[in-house]
Design a protein around this ligand. Structure first.
Ligand code: ATP
Length: 138
């Protein structure tokens, strides 16, 4: 059975959408395995977003992700990595399909970083890596 790291990003937290995201995860049939609310520190974000270092949106992304509380969640379920990304919708909220979290709730109004409410791991390797970053105690 598969695990994925989901983050309800600071925009989702500020807008009071944490419960809505968790509701959709549970309604889909995935299990919540671990959950914490925390303002992310930049050192961990640098690890988490290492693949984006050097890109134009990297600094704004780290600033945004450390701008306030976010909710970190380990979810579990069959094919939940791909399944959650499908629930989340396309990265760009304008292009995300209605019915998805970003399609229904996301905003993309010329901001430096797409404030797209959620993050979800994109592979088994990144899920394992990301869970290790945010839940190092296991
Ligand atoms: P996530 O990893 O958050 O689930 P993703 O895998 O669809 O989304 P990535 O390509 O990993 O997106 O980018 C990480 C995050 O960086 C995005 O969720 C978004 O907040 C931001 N981002 C990505 N590309 C851009 C861009 N071109 N302009 C602005 N922000 C971006």
């Amino acid at each position: 059975i598969e695990r994925s790291l989901v983050i309800v990003k600071p925009d989702g937290y500020r807008r009071g959408l944490t419960g809505e995201v968790l509701r959709r995860i549970e309604a889909k049939g995935y299990t919540l395995v671990a959950l914490k609310v925390e303002t992310a520190d930049k050192a961990r974000l640098a690890q988490h977003y290492a693949e984006h270092e050097g890109k134009p949106f990297y600094e704004p992304l780290v600033d945004f992700m450390s701008s306030g509380p976010a909710t970190f969640v380990v979810i579990e379920g069959q094919d939940c990595i791909k399944g959650f990304r499908s629930l989340a919708g396309a990265t760009n909220p304008t292009e995300a399909a209605p019915g998805s979290i970003r399609g229904d709730l996301g905003r993309d109004w010329g901001l430096a970083v797409q404030q797209n409410i959620v993050h979800g791991s994109d592979s088994t390797e990144s899920a394992e890596r990301e869970i290790g970053i945010w839940f190092p105690q296991g």
